[in-house]
Design a protein around this ligand. Sequence first.
Ligand code: MN
Length: 129
Amino acid sequence: MGSILIVEDNPMNMELARDVLEASGYRVHCVASAGEALEVLKESLPDLILMDVQLPGLDGLDLTRTLKQDPRTKGIMIVALTAHAMKGDRERILEAGCCGYIAKPIDTRALCREIARHLPPTKPPCLDR
Ligand code: MN
């Protein structure tokens, strides 16, 4: 079973992503800041991180760069969640070390499609999308 850490400070987005990913068979853990993410990662490593770009304090791309520099965490796939899917943003996200991104507002089908591209789901709704 694939495990996903969601790093998102907006409770509604966090719940939406958690619900659809849990329903798809992923094991999901949620935190609301980079600091909490670093604490969780000391204990266990997920297969994939769904990373909000705009976080209070250390932002999602800074956290991504930090994780990609650490041999222990650099293998974790990171998919960004961004409110600014504009030209140039995609490059910035991929340069930081993310393997993909999803634009907000979150479209659950787009979320499923992007996550399933990296980590196979075991149940609907992300299956067969
Ligand atoms: Mn945010």
